[in-house]
Write a protein that binds this ligand. Structure first.
Ligand code: AMP
Ligand code: MG
Length: 497
């Protein structure tokens, strides 16, 4: 085999801080060797942002590096420990069962980022699993995370997708793959739970100190840094979940082990986007009771944050009652903070620069009308943003009973008459808040099916390209912005990466 890196060169200047934490935080683990790695997609702009030396990588090098076959100099691969509540039930040990942290780099903005290989083989945390990932879920994570980034939502990123040449078994034989993803960190609510569940207060404190230093350094000076950390995560998650609701994103498996303390969206398993607006929408086949339904996401985030708060109690104040009191006070701010982020974002979607008392109700009235009329969430808002474009399509036509739209629309028009912005400026601002294209479920499935059954990656590349510019009108690719076919209503997603 040719060397993956040019003679004497390194791909990155790794600086691995998590591996310097106490031994019980992680297990050292080399990725499994795979037989025939091939790059499907390499995210060059992201690689540059991370300061990777792309020119050092030889022709065959990227496949070797991002499949885990070749360890670049400075990498110190580990699997991290965490626990988590899955659908409300606590498991004291989960951990990286199919993801291996290659190492950390400092990006062009001075931010420390993890480079992690998901699907890189078994670790000490794999339990019964094979540590591998199938091609479909890898492409799905790539598309979804990059789409979310382009939509302006805080998220882990995809650096590379590599097919491995191995077969993985998920009820059937499937091609294997690895996704190299980039994270602000891999610290989850469940990481805190891992130590708290063992009564390891030192472990919680060490993790909290590390989290503060890495994500919220200003809090080191706070009167009570652990309480301040809780407040910071509450704030970050309130903003994140509001963002999800504004673009119609359903995470699908908001277990505490799938919620970061950095505020990035993580773990794209059964996630999907709304078509017709309905807060009860659930796509995941394993979410039988709708725990993670679209409209439940704020209350689930709140519940998860309460689990985080519990882990910090012993660190916040030696007096338990006092600690509970202070943590509760911070936690209770979540609904208000969420509402504030949500309303601010919805105002943007409706082109409102000023704030008026009735705006919240105005938003709700539109959503109610959309729900009653099975109107497409993305398209209604997009069409409201295109009122001054020659190619505009009518939002009204998306409602089964257009009269219910008319009533709302009249009220909105009156509200707009009290706005300072002129129509053209408003419409253009609205188009920056209301995407024309999202990763529609059927488009994603189409791209995955072509790759899996025919080895045809063209639809994947085409869709990825479109999703990189979600707010642009792309007339040549109008089909990506269309209303989905009827079959959509029975759409189901599955977990197993
Ligand atoms: P998830 O529900 O995808 O967030 O994963 C929950 C837990 O299951 C995590 O600890 C994963 O590492 C683990 N896991 C999921 N799939 C596999 C697999 N194929 N092999 C080993 N562990 C896995
Ligand atoms: Mg997970």
């Amino acid at each position: 085999m040719d060397q993956p890196l040019s003679q004497g060169r390194a791909i990155a200047d790794f600086s691995n801080s998590f591996a310097e934490l106490p031994d019980r935080f992680f297990v050292r683990q080399t990725p499994a060797h795979v037989s025939g790695p091939q790059v499907i997609k390499f995210n060059e702009p992201l690689a540059r942002e991370l300061g990777l030396d792309i020119d050092a990588i030889t022709a065959a090098g990227a496949a070797e590096i991002f499949s885990g076959n070749f360890l670049p100099p400075g990498a110190d691969p580990i699997a991290q420990a965490y626990a988590g509540h899955q659908f409300g039930n606590f498991t004291p040990q989960l951990g990286d069962g199919r993801a291996i942290l290659l190492g950390e780099v400092i990006d062009h903005n001075g931010i420390r980022r993890d480079i992690q290989l998901k699907g890189a083989g078994r670790t000490a945390f794999s339990r019964g699993g094979d540590g591998r990932a199938a091609l479909g879920p890898v492409l799905r994570e790539y598309l979804m995370s990059e789409a979310m980034h382009a939509l302006g939502i805080s998220t882990t990123r995809a650096l590379a997708a590599v097919s491995t040449g191995e077969t993985v078994f998920r009820e059937q034989a499937l091609p294997g793959a690895v996704v190299a993803r980039v994270l602000a960190s891999n610290i989850r609510v469940g990481t805190f739970q891992y130590f708290a569940a063992r009564g390891d207060t030192d472990g919680v404190k060490t993790l909290a100190d590390y989290t503060i230093a890495r994500h919220y350094p200003a809090l080191r000076q706070a009167e009570n840094p652990y309480l301040a950390l809780l407040a910071a995560v509450v704030e970050k998650q309130a903003a994140l979940i509001a963002g999800w609701l504004q673009i119609g994103f359903i995470h699908g498996v908001m277990n505490t082990d799938n919620m970061t303390v950095s505020g990035e969206t993580i773990d794209y398993g059964p996630c999907a986007f709304l078509d017709g607006y309905d807060p009860a929408t659930v796509f995941s086949s394993i979410d039988q009771f709708g725990r993670y339904a679209f409209g439940n996401q704020p209350s689930i985030a709140f519940w998860n944050l309460a689990r985080l708060a519990e882990t910090l109690l012993a660190s916040i104040d030696p007096d338990e009652n006092r600690s509970v009191e202070r943590a509760t006070e911070i936690l209770q701010e979540f609904p208000t903070k969420f509402q504030a982020f949500y309303l601010a974002g919805m105002r943007k979607k409706l082109g409102l620069q000023t704030a008026e008392e009735g705006d919240s109700e105005r938003v709700q009235n539109l959503l109610n009308a959309m729900q009653e009329n099975k109107a497409d969430f993305t398209l209604v808002f997009r069409r409201l943003s295109e009122t001054n474009l020659p190619e505009r399509a009518d939002a009204r036509a998306l409602f089964e009973n257009p009269a219910s739209f008319d009533a709302w629309h009249n009220d909105w028009q009156q509200r707009l008459s009290r706005e300072p912005m002129d129509d053209a400026a408003r419409a253009s601002a609205m188009r920056q808040a209301n995407p024309a294209v999202i990763p529609r479920n059927y488009l994603v499935e189409e791209a995955l099916a072509a790759a899996i059954t025919q080895g045809d990656f063209q639809p994947f590349h085409a869709l990825l390209q479109i999703l990189q510019h979600p707010f642009d009108n792309q007339p040549a690719n109008a089909r990506y912005a269309e209303i989905p076919p009827q079959t959509e209503t029975i759409y189901r997603t599955f977990c197993g990466t």
